[in-house]
Design a protein around this ligand. Structure first.
Ligand SMILES: *Cc1c(COP(=O)(O)O)cnc(C)c1O
Length: 379
């Protein structure tokens, strides 16, 4: 049996998405900037995908720029706002994805001031902490909507309100939230947002950057032609954009899947709770319905990943971007666990395609693996 429980790393491209994209490789392959019919048909497909994405987020099509990835959107906002300001203070959180954290630290090495807000044991950023760290020279606040490793959802309304009060632009990396949570940017006090298609059953290599109308545009990251209303040069990835549009069209179905996901995750966590010496992370927090991160005490996550993979079950330790190194996850350390405990973390992330049989199979294979590994563990 093949069981894919690593959907926060990437998701299966929905067959409907692939089908919608195909004609844009083989028939409607024009450059969307070209005047001829080949180009205009591509531009039309791209335009309706942009409208679908805008409708889904509760914004207008003019407020959306397509980028090459979620990471690019994150880099665009941080570096673009920094370049525009020239100097100043940036606030982010200690549990951000590396696309934010490493970009912010890069800026800190190049003359900008940086505050990384701590989180509590559930992974929550406190709006009062944010208020306390704002400075007159703060140029940007960036706090992720939902965490990719443990699933904690932040109070966007409260954090955004603090930024509004201070007149500081508020960015959120919503890559894990878009498609999993209802988001209405007409109501949320968010100025800039990053998303990525491949986390919601769309294709890889296509991202989205939302800029609220009236907000200052960051300096461009990629200079060249006049694409994307002059915000990002390079011939548009029309099949990718069309795929993104289809993925958001399918996303409202997540509401129907939500109850199912919560039930499957509850079943998984109940089963895992029968294993001694485990901790389910961020269990008290408001969490993404598909995410469960478990610490298996006295074990290293990598050996669990390998043993599960041998049985056909795909999971990950912390974030995929840091696997391959034995450095414990910065997210789990930020939650207050020590190095030894943080080593044994396994993230299970489900999707609309996850079945009950797959959870049963996982619960059959996992306990004996943990038992065997603990018997040979040196920790
Ligand atoms: C996956 C992910 C990203 C990066 O998106 P890519 O499109 O893979 O570059 C950024 N932030 C979070 C929270 C993510 O989960």
């Amino acid at each position: 049996m093949q069981v894919y429980l690593d959907n926060n790393a990437t998701t299966r491209t929905a067959p409907e998405v692939v089908e919608a994209m195909l004609p844009y490789f083989t028939e409607v392959y024009g450059n969307a900037s070209s005047f001829h019919q080949f180009g205009q048909r591509a531009a039309k497909g791209m335009g309706s995908a942009r409208q679908d994405a805008a409708d889904f987020l509760g914004v207008t099509a003019e407020e959306i720029v397509f980028t090459g990835s979620g990471s690019e959107s994150d880099n665009y906002f941080l570096k673009g706002v920094a370049a525009r300001a020239g100097a100043g203070h940036i606030i982010t959180s200690a549990i951000e994805h590396p696309a934010i954290l490493r970009t912010a630290r890069f800026l800190a090495q190049n003359g900008f001031q940086l505050t990384e807000l701590p989180v509590d044991g559930q992974g929550t950023v406190s709006p009062d902490d944010l208020r306390g760290t704002l400075r007159p020279d703060t140029i940007l606040v960036s706090v992720m909507h939902a965490n990719n490793e443990v699933g904690t959802i932040q109070d966007m309304a409260a954090l955004g309100a603090v930024c509004r009060e201070a007149g500081v632009p508020f960015h959120t990396d919503a890559v894990q939230a878009v498609g999993k949570l209802p988001i209405n940017l007409r109501e949320l006090p968010v100025d800039y947002l990053s998303a990525s298609a491949h986390k919601l059953h769309g294709p890889k290599g296509i991202g989205l950057a939302y800029l609220r109308r009236g907000s200052k545009a960051p300096f461009n990251l990629i200079h060249g032609g006049h694409h994307e209303r002059r915000r990002r040069a390079s011939t548009e990835n029309v099949p990718g954009i069309v795929g993104f549009g289809k993925a958001v069209q399918l996303a409202p179905e997540e509401d129907y899947h939500r109850e199912r996901l919560l039930r499957l995750r509850a079943k998984l966590e109940e089963g895992i709770s029968d294993i001694p010496e485990i901790t389910i992370l961020a269990r008290e927090a408001e969490r993404l319905p598909n995410t469960s991160n478990v610490l298996f005490h006295r074990l290293e996550g990598e050996s669990i990943v390998m043993s599960l993979d041998f049985e056909g079950i795909a999971v990950s330790t912390g974030s995929a971007c840091s696997s391959g190194s034995l450095e414990p996850s910065h997210v789990i350390l930020a939650l207050g666990y020590d190095h030894a405990h943080a080593q044994g973390s396994i993230r299970f992330s489900l999707s609309r395609y996850t079945t009950e049989e797959e959870i049963d199979y996982t619960l059959e294979k996992l306990p004996p693996i943990i038992h065997r590994l603990r018997n040979i563990s040196a920790l």
